[in-house]
Design a protein around this ligand. Structure first.
Ligand SMILES: C[S@@+](CC[C@H](N)C(=O)[O-])C[C@H]1O[C@@H](n2cnc3c(N)ncnc32)[C@H](O)[C@@H]1O
Length: 209
C-alpha cells in the first residue's frame, strides 16, 4: 500500500476521526498566517481542505494541490469558491501544474511523507514572487523519534502511512541552500492534552531573498 492509496482510504473519515495533530495544525496555521500579508496562495497537500477553507477567505486566488483523488473530492465538495482551484498532482515531481507565481506557499502535515525536502524548497523557490513566503507546519520530529507517525483505523486495523523523519536542521539547511531566510520557527503542543509535554508541531516561516 502506498501513501497515495493510504490517503484515498483515509479520506472518508479524515475530518471526523479524533486527531490532535490535525486540530492543532489548524490553530497553528491561523495564528501564524494572520500576521502576514498575501494575495495569492499555493497550498501543497491540501487534503480535505481543512486549511484551504481559512486561506481562501484571506486571499484573492488559491491553488490547492494534492495527489489523493479521494481527499481532493472531499475538499471540492466542501469548498465551492471561484477564488479556489483544486489540482491533482504529485509534488515530488517538477511543479509544472502552474506557471503562476505566488505570495505564499503553504505546506501542512505533508513533508512527513516526502523523502526529499530539499526538492520541495527548490520548487517553492521557483514559484514564489520576490519576498514571497513559504510556510511549513509539520509533525514535530521529536514525536517521530518516539516512533509516532501518521496513522488511521480501517476495518478494525491500524494503518501506518509511510513516513520520513526530517530533523529540524534539515529544514533550516534546505531553506539556506535555496535562498530563503528564516523569519520564524515555533514549536507547539496542546497545553492540557499532550501529557508528554513534547512538541507536536514544528512551524517555520521562510521568506525568499
Ligand atoms: C496529513 S494530510 C494533511 C492534509 C491537510 N494539509 C491538513 O493539514 O489537514 C497529508 C496530505 O498530503 C498529501 N500528499 C502526501 N504526499 C503527497 C505528494 N507526494 N504529492 C501530493 N500530495 C501528497 C496526502 O494525499 C494528504 O492529503
Amino acid at each position: 500500500m502506498n501513501i497515495q492509496s493510504n490517503y484515498d482510504q483515509w479520506a472518508a473519515s479524515y475530518d471526523s476521526d479524533e486527531n490532535k495533530t490535525r486540530d492543532l495544525d489548524k490553530r497553528v496555521s491561523q495564528q501564524t498566517l494572520r500576521n502576514y500579508d498575501f494575495k495569492t496562495v499555493l497550498e501543497i497537500g491540501c487534503g480535505t481542505g481543512k486549511n484551504t477553507n481559512w486561506l481562501r477567505a484571506h486571499c484573492s486566488y488559491l491553488l490547492a494541490v494534492d495527489f489523493s483523488e479521494e481527499m481532493l473530492a472531499i475538499a471540492k465538495e466542501k469548498i465551492k469558491d471561484p477564488r479556489v482551484r483544486f489540482h491533482q498532482a504529485d509534488i515530488t515531481q517538477a511543479w509544472e501544474f502552474t506557471k503562476g507565481l505566488f505570495d505564499l506557499i503553504t505546506c501542512n502535515l505533508i513533508l512527513e511523507h516526502i523523502e526529499d525536502v530539499d526538492f520541495v524548497f527548490q520548487q517553492s523557490a521557483y514559484k514564489l514572487h520576490k519576498k514571497g513566503l513559504f510556510f511549513i507546519s509539520e509533525y514535530h520530529p521529536f514525536k517521530q523519534y518516539l516512533g509516532k507517525q501518521a496513522r488511521f483505523e480501517k476495518n478494525g486495523e491500524t494503518v501506518l502511512i509511510p513516513s520520513y523523519t526530517h530533523h529540524v536542521s534539515e529544514f533550516i539547511a534546505a531553506g539556506k541552500k535555496n535562498d530563503f531566510e528564516l523569519v520564524e520557527l515555533k514549536e507547539w503542543m496542546n497545553e492540557h492534552e499532550d501529557e508528554d509535554k513534547i512538541p507536536r508541531i514544528l512551524s517555520l516561516v521562510f521568506r525568499i531573498i
